[in-house]
Ligand binder design. Structure first.
Ligand SMILES: *Cc1c(COP(=O)(O)O)cnc(C)c1O
Length: 362
């Protein structure tokens, strides 16, 4: 079998570019013998402890928030519904991932409700007026990968001040790329194939003491991935099932290698601003016009479907993979991942391609 393809510069927002160092880490994992280690062994537990510690330090996760690892962000959608709600959640969303989360949660808790807001505008706390009285968790998508919007921190602060309900945040395509005020929510989760620059197969869940208290109150222990069961295991640096040992090892190595989040975030935000500016100056129309809600990590560019097809093909010929559009914007946007593993040189190549193309259109 031959799965080889030409090496490409990828701007796909997930799975996305993997840090080049991962090649060495893979070989190190092999050499270290960790791949065959029993997951109840001291060696595994020490490796897991190290990974969690590195992630906590680099992402500046508060000491009283716990970190668990699961298989994906999608799994988190179910864990939150199963273990943190007994009746219903309340979803505030403006795009395809937020809506999908609500659909998954509704299958588990049919009374779940949601409200959508306009993708060009800052969400308002008055959206809470539509929250049913029995809603137990407010569910937000911090970075809506499908349309390139990001929640303003002012909204998250206002929401936190307005309600005592638990808040859960899908931060799949922003965790590791930008800074969070962790105290503004009770559950934050991500998967590693976005801003962590790793191959897929692992979800990172960050949980507040209030979320643990709520899980205790509901005492859901019916599933292999019930939050309390996960917690009991992770507090001992173990896992409820035979885990993705390689993924955990790689996460630890990448976490060792990356700078602290303040530094990464500064770079991400600045490169995002530069890129939006470049796009506008070169006649590209970003899907999101309002800078207050634009994502720093995923940029969506709007075009018509014929132009899009030609652009994607020419990009491929130039060795560049642009992200497809997603959901309702599939046929008329492309997306650019501004993730930390994407290098400045990659962005230079993208800019030179896009500016050449813009000039040839005139
Ligand atoms: C990619 C993505 C997901 C899904 O992540 P999986 O690891 O495939 O479960 C969920 N939400 C957002 C916002 C995403 O970008």
């Amino acid at each position: 079998m031959d799965f080889q393809s030409r090496p490409m510069i990828t701007f796909y927002p997930g799975p996305s570019k993997v840090y080049p160092q991962v090649e060495q880490y893979l070989s190190d994992a092999w050499q270290a013998g960790i791949l065959s280690a029993n997951h109840r062994s001291e060696a595994f537990m020490e490796m897991l402890r190290h990974t969690l510690e590195e992630v906590r330090q680099k992402l500046a996760i508060p000491a009283d928030y716990e970190i668990y690892l699961v298989s994906s962000a999608t799994e988190c959608w179910e864990i939150i519904a199963q273990s943190l709600t007994s009746k219903a959640g309340f979803h505030i969303y403006n795009g395809a991932f937020g809506e999908k989360w609500m659909e998954y949660a509704t299958k588990i808790r049919p009374a779940t409700q949601g409200v959508s807001f306009d993708l060009q505008s800052e969400p308002q706390v008055s959206l809470l007026d539509q929250m049913p009285a029995d809603a137990e968790v407010i569910c937000l998508t911090h970075n809506e990968t499908s349309n390139g919007t990001m929640l303003p921190v002012s909204f998250m602060r206002a929401l936190r001040a307005q309600t005592t309900q638990l808040i859960a945040v899908d931060a799949v395509s922003s965790m590791g790329g930008v800074e969070f005020e962790w105290s503004l929510a009770d559950v934050w989760y991500a998967s590693v194939q976005k801003c962590f620059g790793l191959p897929p197969g692992l979800g990172v869940v960050v949980v507040s003491p209030a979320a643990v208290a709520k899980a205790r109150e509901l005492a859901d222990n019916r599933y292999y991935n019930s939050l309390l069961f996960l917690r009991d295991n992770f507090l001992k640096f173990q896992t409820p099932y035979t885990p993705n040992t390689l993924g955990i090892y790689l996460l630890g190595r990448v976490a060792e290698h990356i700078p602290v989040i303040q530094e990464t975030a500064e770079k991400t935000v600045q490169r995002g601003i530069t890129c939006y500016q470049f796009l506008e100056e070169n006649g590209y129309k970003t899907l999101i016009g309002n800078p207050a809600v634009r994502s720093a990590t995923v940029m969506a560019v709007e075009t018509d479907s014929a132009t899009l097809r030609a652009l994607r093909k020419d990009a491929l010929d130039a060795g560049i993979v642009l992200g497809n559009g997603y959901g309702p914007w599939k046929e008329r946007t492309f997306r650019i991942a501004n993730f930390p593993a994407v290098s400045d040189d990659d962005f230079l190549a993208l800019r030179s391609f896009l500016s050449l193309r813009a000039r040839s259109r005139q």
